[in-house]
Design a protein around this ligand. Structure first.
Ligand code: NAD
Length: 295
């Protein structure tokens, strides 16, 4: 079993670190927030007084932080303190450019590195059923895979440095756009006197079928487990969808790709967020879509 340092014990990182402990790894953890450190301690991790202390002697370091600037800050602190040939994995969702800078820093210090953002939300983090999308050298991926398998059920090597982040933002751009498309269809169906169930029964077995409809249906009823049945409690908060759609737009601009629907989806989620709905599940966008009627 490996000696693992885990930095960033929030909604996702906390349960992910707990799963590594459950799998029998020796985990030393650090977070800036005391309550998160206490929870990790209760889950069986040792607590370090700083990130650079946590990584001393670690075979593997995992970071799960809010954004690119946090990752570059923490990696700048911990990578020089790591042993040569050790492995660092970042599972945060961050911009591709920062991910590539982080890989370059690790390479400079002789440390293996993988960007491995996740899909599956807090439920997946707790249940160890996350999907990991990985970028990095083959040898780094091979070293990361057995560790990631203790926190997830599907581990995909997408390519070189930053490829995991690229896959993540492309996937979430599809998700943001498709949730708006499904919401518009239900809002139109309502105006046309169509029941939610009738539209669901047709579209879920026709060419309109997609995850936003069949797993995460934005109206209550047809899919009992979707957040619409629970007053749109997240799930995946709209503020995080704004973050991911903004990362996609930044990447599209930098790479010179045309993403007109991605841009429009970003604007729609931004106005939902600006209306104080950032904490609402992203499928709650249907309320915003209905409110646009006649405008
Ligand atoms: P979170 O805000 O709950 O947790 C982030 C943690 O990082 C916090 O506990 C914070 O104190 C800690 N932190 C920040 N700077 C630090 C530092 N310098 N040193 C140590 N700890 C530090 O966020 P989260 O929901 O756990 O998400 C983490 C990442 O995963 C984000 O990039 C997010 O976009 C991504 N993500 C989240 C979800 C989700 O459903 N929550 C799903 C997929 C991906």
């Amino acid at each position: 079993m490996a000696t693992i340092a885990f930095i960033g014990l929030g909604n996702m990182g906390g349960p992910m670190a707990a799963n590594l402990v459950k799998a029998g790894h020796k985990v030393t953890a650090f977070d800036l927030v005391e309550a998160s450190r206490n929870q990790a301690k209760a889950d069986g991790a040792a607590i370090a007084e700083s990130a650079s202390v946590a990584v001393k002697g670690a075979d593997v370091v995992v970071t799960m932080l809010p954004a690119g600037k946090h990752v570059l800050g923490v990696w700048g602190e911990v990578v020089p303190a790591m042993a040569k040939g050790a492995l660092i994995i970042d599972s945060s969702t961050i911009d591709v450019e920062s991910a590539r800078q982080a890989h370059a820093l690790a390479a400079k210090h002789g440390v293996l590195s993988v960007d491995a953002p996740v899909s599956g939300g807090t439920g997946g983090a707790k249940g160890a059923t996350l999907t990991f999308m990985c970028g990095g050298e083959e040898s780094a991926f091979a070293a990361a895979k057995p560790v990631l398998e203790k926190m997830g059920k599907k581990i995909v090597h997408c390519g070189g440095a930053g490829a995991g982040q690229a896959a993540k933002i492309c996937n979430n751009m599809i998700l943001g756009i498709s949730m708006i498309a499904v919401s518009e269809a239900f809002a139109l169906g309502e105006k046309l006197g169509l029941s939610h169930q009738a539209l669901f029964d047709v579209a879920s077995t026709s060419s309109g079928q997609c995850w936003s409809l069949t797993t995460y249906c934005p109206v209550p009823g047809p899919v009992p487990t979707s957040p619409a049945n629970n007053d749109y409690k997240p799930g995946f908060a709209s503020a995080l969808m704004v973050k991911d759609l903004t990362l996609a737009q930044d990447a599209a601009k930098a790479a010179g790709a045309a993403t007109p629907l991605g841009k429009h989806a970003q604007e729609i989620y931004q106005s939902f967020d600006a209306a104080g709905q950032g904490g609402v599940d992203f499928s709650g966008i249907i309320k915003h879509v209905r409110g646009l009627a006649g405008k």
